[in-house]
Design a protein around this ligand. Structure first.
Ligand SMILES: [Zn+2]
Length: 973
């Protein structure tokens, strides 16, 4: 993060930079940055954040305010990514992914804006991507064929036969049909419409299936011309690249081609309701017992008011932030539903904010009961008063999240963009989103002046506010059939007047679309990085290391923004067979139960008051040069503000040494986990199939299947349905004792001042004498495995055990996986086979190579494609394909780090033998991979004799696969 070069200086307000004027600069002390706000002569707005971060970012955002539900903004987002004037290739965004070392590339459509962001650590890559993004957004081709492919079109069931059934097709059309069948998205859209019936939020910005067909190609182009104009654009740039150079590129590429324009994208106030309303909306489901949700929602004040925004964010966290929170707990304890509704909490994404509370997992017809429960609970909270400690805990959470500098889940740079955009686009002060300290000060002052500030807020803006909606989302078992009939009626109505000529035109346009789709793919007009641009060295981060009893303590001094991170990795002694399968349940339950003298509610409150969260996980790995030597550990981790470092150590100590498991809480937790895993079978079926295949060839794969696979799901189901809770409690307590016999490796990551944190309360817990043990696991027999479930599609997998990390063939296997995925499987399985996805993966630390398909209509055909992968390597693959595969693989080896993760990567990497030298040797071999290497490693390791097969599907596949010589062992899930 720190470099010898000084950061570029911020220009003064009033400075002219070409046709831009600097309107304002502002220090951002919390993130050690400077904000520069500029305006172009044509009205374009630009915010630049100067900050010492190697990850530079860009985003251009357009307010897009649809006036109907034709999905125009969403379909436009799709078309923007489908070729532009300078880059007239089919999919420039997808084509750029393997030609770049980007750390983020995406496009997103919200209810009233559309944004196109990216980030990268490489300067050349930054300007490559900048050119592609600017050309795509301001000069998209928006071809008629693209509109038909991704928007909507008529097509005959047999495209060249006008006597067959006429159908509506289109990527967005089908995408929205899917979205309107999902309870969460139906509820979100209905919520906006119910609270703001007169505003743009009443429209379905994604597109309502019944309205999409009325959008014309010309409407779409008009919408682009009006909205994707510099005068309506908000540019964001971030990092330490020179601002003048970035502005010059934007000026030359974009600004010179436009004159100022006026477009009114303002959203008025929603006229207030004189009295509360009641609405019901349905979605297709037969789950009438538990499929309903009820949300009680209110319209609040303008979300551009920074102080009001913070007040509501804090209050929402106080009321709903954890299982013990005063609004959450009575809702859940009522037993009416199983969890909070999907629209719970405060949201500032509408021009006037909203707050909602309610339940899901309900039978239909519970709106009265939930409404009364929410209102009564709020009245009781106002009457009894809010515990000031809850408010202090919440303020503490805000302080912590505002100080944290992390790329762990999402690039920090783009987090800065989203914090800035909210107030900026709604006409508030853009600085307010980035300088919470001043607002926090004011809130603390307000609170000390009025101890009932939040109670008054609940009374005034919720209980006395008639702009309230009670919204019920109800399952309707007949809706799917009705939607189907509606679609047929729509097709009939729209085609009623069709002449033979029209029908001939539809055939012709279908054939034309097929032609365009079959055009050879040539990304050569797009810019690219070369292999020389890939960094060959691995960052060598300094850390201290000291012995502590039987363990070791590492200390990594990092610019963490005042946060302290503690990791406690415990290498396990020999784990008895009956406890091995319980380990993942232990990790899931141990931080969610109680500890020491605290029950689970008190522990949840304690965690919220002094930490930024704690977690436990099971780690399973191999050694760099042997796939049969398994390493097994449990890691407890947490973060806190540095002033709470000792309290964090105390919480971790209690959780590790004195966890409290009760039958009642355990039953709740196991049901939650089972519901999550069951939902995963159809959303992550390819991963379940992969584990089931890997379990037949690899020791790590076999244990992974018992930990996270369908075997684990069955074990869990057995406990939940068959009792066995007492035996489980006994095993959990034995595991606690076993873990305390383990060998700890602790890491403290903090600023140089705080990194000396005393962790002896943790190291002193481990007094055992048992040595770390390498579990000996034998993979199952190699028999093709099929698991059947309620699914119209299949998830197919084939897996091989290949080589350990330090084997010279490992890097080529990684390149082979990226090449097969992008050049072969995507085309054969997705484009031709109609599967939603096709992948090849190689995890070099597990040594397992796999080919997978996702939501696949085929089984036999897909296994034929897998089998023919070797023949594909003999086709004329060029240097482009190889270079792109190597670039993609090297990105995976070099993830974006941040102060919270870099020390952890190095310390635990070194302990496990993945030292910088080992990683650099790997990288050098990867960059030198040749076509011959790919063929050689495939012949050596990925042969039919060594393959293992598994799939998840709706039915027995054996009739279909018999002629392939594959006979699956079939079991129901
Ligand atoms: Zn989409």
């Amino acid at each position: 993060m720190t470099t010898a070069e000084p950061l570029p200086a911020a220009p003064q307000a009033g400075t002219r930079l070409g046709r831009y004027t600097v309107e304002r600069t502002a220090d951002l002390p919390e993130m050690q940055g400077t904000l520069v706000l500029l305006r172009h002569e044509n009205g374009a707005r630009h915010a630049h954040v100067i900050r010492d971060d190697e990850n530079s970012a860009f985003g251009v955002t357009f307010p897009t305010v649809p006036r109907d539900s034709t999905g125009v903004a969403h379909i436009l987002e799709h078309l923007v990514l489908m070729g532009s004037q300078k880059y007239p290739v089919r999919d420039p965004f997808f084509a750029m992914i393997p030609r770049s070392l980007n750390t983020f590339m995406n496009a997103m459509t919200a209810a009233d804006w559309t944004t196109y962001p990216f980030s990268t650590r490489n300067e050349k890559d930054y300007f490559n991507l900048l050119g592609v993004y600017l050309d795509a957004t301001f000069f998209p081709l928006m071809r008629y064929e693209s509109f038909r492919q991704d928007g909507h079109r008529f097509e005959f069931a047999t495209p060249d036969d006008p006597t067959t059934e006429l159908k509506l097709q289109g990527v967005v059309y089908n995408e929205m049909k899917g979205a309107m069948a999902t309870p969460g998205s139906v509820l979100h859209r209905a919520f906006g419409k119910a609270l703001y019936p007169d505003l743009t939020y009443a429209n379905n910005s994604g597109g309502a299936p019944g309205d999409i067909p009325s959008l014309t190609h010309q409407d779409l182009k008009n919408f682009h011309a009006a909205h994707y104009h510099p005068s309506n654009a908000y540019f964001f740039t971030y990092g330490k690249l020179p601002l003048e150079r970035i502005l010059a590129v934007i000026e030359e590429h974009v600004m010179g081609h436009f004159t100022a324009s006026e477009l009114d994208v303002s959203i008025p106030d929603q006229p207030p309701f004189p009295a509360p309303r009641r609405e019901t909306v349905t979605y297709p489901s037969s789950d009438v017992e538990r499929g309903a949700q009820v949300a009680v929602g209110w319209k609040l004040g303008l979300s551009s008011d920074a102080d009001a925004n913070l007040r509501w964010s804090v209050l929402s966290d106080v009321l709903l932030g954890n299982p013990a929170a005063p609004l959450t707990r009575p809702l859940i304890d009522s037993g009416l539903g199983s969890a909070l509704t999907d629209v719970s909490g405060y949201r500032d994404s509408y021009r006037e904010g909203a707050f909602a509370a309610g339940l899901k997992g309900l039978p239909a017809g519970k709106a009265d009961e939930v409404e009364a429960l929410v209102l009564d609970t709020l009245r009781a909270i106002v009457h009894d008063g809010i515990d000031p400690e809850l408010v202090a805990s919440s303020l503490h959470q805000f302080e912590l999240s505002q100080k944290e500098v992390s790329n762990a889940r999402f690039p920090f740079a783009l987090g800065v963009m989203f914090r800035l955009l909210g107030p900026w686009m709604s006409g508030g002060d853009p600085v307010s989103g980035l300088r919470l300290d001043a607002q926090m000060e004011r809130l603390r002052a307000d609170l000390s002046g009025n101890a009932r500030l939040f109670e008054d807020l609940i009374q005034r803006e919720l209980l006395d506010n008639p702009h309230r909606v009670t919204l019920e989302l109800a399952p309707d078992p007949d809706l799917a059939a009705r939607a189907e009939a509606d679609e047929q009626a729509l097709v009939k109505r729209l085609s009623a007047e069709f002449t033979d000529e029209d029908r001939a035109r539809i055939v012709q346009e279908s054939l034309r679309l097929k032609e365009v789709q079959a055009e050879p793919y040539d990304p050569s007009t797009l810019p690219t990085l070369a292999l020389e641009d890939v960094p060959t060295s691995v960052p060598r981060v300094a850390y201290g290391k000291e012995d502590a009893g039987r363990g070791v303590v590492g200390r990594a001094a990092q610019p963490t923004g005042g946060l302290t991170y503690v990791d406690v990795q415990v290498k396990l002694p020999e784990v008895p067979a009956d406890l091995l399968d319980t380990l993942p349940l232990y990790a899931f339950a141990v931080t969610r139960g109680g500890a020491a003298n605290l029950d689970y509610l008190a522990l949840a409150r304690r965690i919220e008051a002094v930490t930024g969260g704690v977690s436990a996980s099971v780690g399973l790995g191999t050694t760099p040069d042997d796939l049969n030597t398994l390493r097994l550990n449990v890691t407890f981790a947490g973060k806190a503000l540095a002033r709470n470092g000792d309290a964090l150590v105390g919480v971790l100590r209690d959780i590790i040494a004195q966890p409290r498991f009760t039958a009642e809480r355990l039953e709740q937790l196991l049901k939650q986990r089972l519901a999550g895993m069951k939902a995963g079978v159809v959303s992550q079926g390819h991963m379940y199939a992969r584990r089931l295949a890997a379990a037949q060839v690899s020791p790590a794969g076999a244990l992974g299947e018992r930990f996270d696979g369908l075997t684990a799901l069955n074990t869990l189901k057995g406990i939940v349905e068959g009792g066995g809770l007492d035996a489980l409690l006994e095993r959990l307590n034995r595991l606690r004792d076993l873990i305390l016999q383990g060998t700890p490796a602790l890491l403290v990551t903090a600023t140089p001042d705080d990194v000396t944190l005393d962790v002896t309360p943790l190291t002193a817990l481990f007094t055992g004498t048992a040595e770390p043990h390498h579990p000996v696991i034998t993979p199952g027999a190699r028999t093709p495995q099929a698991r059947t479930t309620d699914s119209p599609v299949a998830f197919n997998a084939v897996a091989w055990q290949a080589v350990p990390y330090t084997h010279p063939d490992s890097p080529a296997l990684m390149v082979l996986a990226t090449l097969l995925r992008s050049e072969y499987l995507l085309k054969e399985l997705r484009e031709k086979g109609g599967a939603y996805g096709g992948f090849a993966t190689y995890d070099p630390r597990e040594g397992v190579f796999a080919m997978l398909s996702y939501r696949d209509p085929h089984v036999r055909r897909t296994y034929e494609i897998f089998r023919d992968a070797r023949a594909f390597l003999n086709t004329d693959l060029g240097q482009r394909e190889l270079t792109e595969a190597i670039l993609s693989a090297s990105t995976a080896l070099d993830p974006l780090t941040s102060p919270d993760t870099i020390g952890r990567m190095r310390f635990y990497g070194d302990l496990a033998g993945y030292t910088p030298d080992v990683l650099e040797t790997y990288k050098a071999r990867l960059l030198a991979t040749t076509h011959d290497d790919l063929r050689r490693v495939m012949d050596e390791w990925l042969t039919p004799e060594r393959a293992a097969y598994a799939l998840v599907a709706g039915r027995d596949p054996n009739e279909d696969t018999r002629e392939l010589g594959l006979t699956f062992d079939v079991q129901g899930i």
